[in-house]
Design a protein around this ligand. Structure first.
Ligand code: DC
Length: 220
């Protein structure tokens, strides 16, 4: 049997359902799942902990030199410690887009992400995977949902965690802000790759979206 590589790129804005869908596809097709947003979040967490201003590029780059970020058993590690929960906090949500704009930060992350894709069959999700990180992926998907639905999902997610002192309107404002920064930044902005399949998840269940994607993969 020919050992065919399978590389799937998934992009889209915050709260569209990328990671939930990508994780399911990874389980079904036995692929490794790489959440690239978690990598930018881990660096952001370190910057916040160090008390560095997210606009202070020089010190962020210095900090990055002594930072290790990797995945093991589907957990994200920052300097050897898992930070799965810490990276989902509001303070990280609100600062990650600013730090993700820095050219050298992106170069470093893209390098790490490409090296992960050299050795395994995987599904990787983020903002620039189909356009920049893995332009030769076998399949590319661009996952979207209405801004209101994305706001509702993030709101529910935060309520289920410990962050209950936030309103739906605040979340909506934060998502709009993150969308604006992610889509208008100079380097690798969020945008649909021309050869990506677009999946609008607004009125679909996770399983419906997963089935739609599997049909495309199995058909091609
Ligand atoms: O997918 P997420 O919400 O966890 O991503 C967090 C932030 O990281 C997102 O607002 C922008 C940045 N990001 C990026 O710039 N490029 C990626 N490939 C993934 C995430």
């Amino acid at each position: 049997m020919v050992n065919r590589r399978l590389i799937i790129a998934v992009d889209g804005p915050a709260g569209a359902g990328k990671s939930t869908i990508a994780k399911r596809i990874a389980e079904i097709l036995e692929l490794e799942y790489i959440d690239t947003g978690a990598m930018y979040r881990a660096l952001t967490l370190k910057v916040i902990r160090a008390g560095i201003d997210p606009e202070d590029t020089e010190n962020i780059l210095k900090l990055m030199e002594t930072t290790s970020i990797y995945f093991k058993d589907n957990h994200i590690y920052l300097d050897g410690t898992t930070v799965d929960n810490e990276i989902r906090k509001k303070i990280v949500n609100n600062n990650v887009s600013v730090i993700s704009k820095i050219k050298e930060v992106r170069e470093n992350m893209v390098h790490l992400q490409r090296s992960l894709a050299e050795s395994s069959n995987l599904i990787m999700d983020g903002r620039d995977i189909g356009t920049v990180v893995l332009p030769n992926a076998n399949y590319k998907f661009f996952i979207t949902a209405s801004i209101e639905e994305r706001g509702r999902r993030r709101y529910k997610e935060l309520l289920e965690k410990e962050e209950k002192n936030i309103s739906y309107e605040q979340i909506l404002t934060e998502i709009k802000n993150r969308d604006r920064i992610d889509s208008t930044r100079k380097i690798a902005p969020l945008k649909k790759s021309l050869d990506a399949y677009e999946i609008d998840t607004t009125e679909k269940t996770v399983e419906e979206c997963v089935e739609e994607i599997l049909r495309i993969i199995e058909g091609g």
